[in-house]
Design a protein around this ligand. Structure first.
Ligand code: SF4
Length: 329
């Protein structure tokens, strides 16, 4: 399959090709590989905080927020002190590339709910990074119950001008798990948002947490199988991890729940990827937090070890991403 790649005219291959990552010797469709193919240079995601809030904290969708989310990130004092987005980009580039390596960046609106503001404010926030010469597109993280028609109109307009992926926090397709983590929405909200977004030609990503209490390996595979039936751009996997000052941290400290072990997460990540179509880009295999905030598990600080162990698990099984994908279309 080939198509014209407007970002990287030297490359005529489709960056979503089912097999290119495979022939390059990878075991899953890694984000770095996708970026290199699409843009022709190394591209990294650069996290930006536009100071948006969250409807799961102010009572619009729910109160108190998700049990794993740090309330400190929403304190007014912190938000008032935020530097401009351009200043955050410059600082982010210095941090990610201290030796001034060449390369481009995807502006990643990461903390909070990045479609939760009047559309004119959203427009200003989304357009500011695009004026920077080293930004090649946007990734916008948000909740699936927070994309109104005017917001989708704006996102569609932007997606016609630049590379854009809207990343929805799904976490699990099981409503009992969403209730447990106080998400303030059901799985149906994700499928509805996916449908309305994808119909406009916008790339959609999904965030999933593996290792939620009460979810069996089959339950996690059920989430993978549901996602496999969608035309998703990307999936970001998180292991369940706890940060300080959250209800989740309290549960861990009280011994109410235990966090997944390294080996459990590796097996679950491999199971999950085996059920996804080869074309889906894997944004990451595990989540982590800075050491000063992390309660556990400590192993998630070493993302390279997780990646190597997932690859070793694939080799041991003789499988890779898509090995157990069933095309149900
Ligand atoms: S994780 Fe996202 S949706 Fe949940 S409370 Fe935090 S910002 Fe809101």
């Amino acid at each position: 399959m080939s198509s014209i790649n407007k970002y990287n005219p030297l490359c005529t291959a489709d960056p979503h090709s089912d097999t290119d990552w495979d022939t390059a010797g990878l075991l899953y469709h890694a984000l770095n590989f996708f970026f290199q193919r699409k843009f022709g240079v190394k591209v990294r995601k650069l996290s930006l905080d536009a100071g948006f809030l969250c409807p799961n904290r102010d009572g619009t969708s729910g109160q108190g927020g998700c049990i794993f989310c740090d309330p400190e990130s929403f304190s007014p004092s912190r938000r008032l002190k935020l530097p401009s987005l351009t200043a955050q980009i410059e600082e982010g580039i210095r941090h990610l590339s201290p030796r001034k390596e060449p390369g481009k960046y995807l502006a990643y609106f990461q903390p909070a709910t990045n479609t939760y503001a009047p559309t004119e404010r959203l427009r200003q926030a989304y357009e500011e990074p695009l004026a920077h010469p080293r930004i090649v597109g946007l990734a916008i993280g948000t909740r699936p119950d927070c994309v109104s028609k005017p917001v989708l109109d704006l996102l569609e307009e932007i997606s016609r001008k630049t590379f854009l992926v809207v990343e929805y926090g799904l976490q699990s397709i099981h409503d009992r798990s969403l209730r447990w983590m106080n998400r303030g929405h059901r799985a149906a909200a994700f499928f509805d948002a996916f449908d309305r977004t994808r119909r406009r030609g916008i790339h959609v990503g999904a965030h999933v947490i593996l290792g939620l209490p009460g979810e069996s390996p089959e339950d996690m595979i059920a989430t993978a199988r549901e996602l496999a039936g969608l035309e998703l751009h990307s999936v970001k996997l998180h292991n369940l991890y706890a940060v300080k000052n959250t209800p989740l941290a309290e549960m861990v400290e009280n011994g109410e729940i235990s966090l997944p072990t390294f080996d459990e997460h590796v097996r679950r990540a491999a199971d999950f990827l085996e059920h996804l179509p080869p074309r889906v880009v894997i944004d990451r295999l595990s989540g982590d937090a800075p050491p000063q905030y992390l309660v556990g598990p400590a192993w998630c600080r070493d993302k390279t070890a997780v990646r190597r162990a997932v690859e070793a698990e694939f080799r041991k099984r003789g499988t890779k991403q898509g090995s157990r994908f069933e095309n149900r279309v």
